[in-house]
Design a protein around this ligand. Sequence first.
Ligand code: IMP
Length: 430
Amino acid sequence: MPKNLVVIGAQWGDEGKGKIVDLLTERVGAVARFQGGHNAGHTLVIDGAKTVLSLIPSGILHPGVQCVIGNGVVVSLEALFREADMLVQRGIQVYDRLKVSPNCPVILPSHIALDRARERAQGVNAIGTTGRGIGPAYEDKVARRAVRLADLMQRERLAARLGEILDFHNFVLSRYFSAETVDFQRTLDQLVAQAERIEPLLADVSVLLRNEMKRGTNLMFEGAQGALLDVDVGTYPFVTSSNTIAGEAAVGTGLGPRDINAVLGIVKAYTTRVGAGPFPTELFDETGEHLSRVGHEFGAVTGRPRRCGWFDAVAMRRAVMHNSLSSLGVTKLDVMDGLDTLRICTGYRIDGEIRDEPPLLPHRFSECVPVYEEHKGWTEPTHGITDFSKLPTNARSYLARMEELAGVPIDIVSTGPDRAQTIVLRHPYD
Ligand code: IMP
């Protein structure tokens, strides 16, 4: 029986989904992105060679695999072609394997200007967005004024829609933010030039994926960002503007919930977050420094330092619920090598009570004080280990405890950035 698997980040993003998606692609016919845009940064390392992808599915490095950008993704054509050309230069066939939904909203230069102007105006209350125009592009989608890829195919319709939307954006930019406006003609010319290039890539992705299923191949849905950045169930307002949880895999490709068979949640053995917002287990000490330095915790897209902290099982349990996770992939275990004592947050203290769930009111998340249990660390390196039985005993106990607290099994453990540096306990496609 073919199987369709969703791979999502179960924390605040940057869990290492790209590596796991790339690894699992050997078993699938197609990989689809279903939300977000080029705010994602998926790093793949194969035989030491590094590739960072933001928009094109991480399955692209496997020849012959169909890659799909679903309707739930907001598309910067500039970013798309830049990334595709970079891959082509490296000898990877892209243009005959990539299909994009005509329903995708287009990220316009004015979305980027609005994103940045708003962040600037917010000052200390800024969300710390990636500045890629993601939020404003999703706002326009919901407001039913987006320029979608399909609109690029009709020149007159495009000019009319772009005219309307830019009038509105330029009004907000100049009058509300006192920021520079965006030129209509220049934007139109750019879009017209890009339209020619995107046309052959447009396809009905729902039909394409359904046909793949009919052929009996497995599908993979590649999430971006993480469950706690979800616009509905995440740490609002410090979230991204899309649904990052597994249910969106169906919505963002135009399939139904029964087309999903399993969900793999990727978590780091610790926690990181980039941008502002609550992070109960954040560390400001030498251990945080260690995780940041050894884990190279700098954003793949923006280069910003990521905030680092202990593994948070309370937040994890919420992610298990929101995504109906079937199993876990634990990444960056090796980054914890050499730490004497490890901690796992098993509860939050709030209003004098200890709870094992985050507060119902998300705005109180930042008031939570973590309650920890301690675990002995390990001195032997785990870096590059591919056999579970070769892991130090304490590393195995730490993983067993993560599994117990999450209530779902660990399928995969990653012990380094390279595709090969992985322990597969149970293949999610078996
Ligand atoms: P936006 O998605 O650019 O609007 O940013 C909103 C929030 O999501 C900010 O805190 C970003 O740092 C965060 N974010 C967006 N994309 C990623 C990602 O791929 N990894 C981690 N954080 C992300």
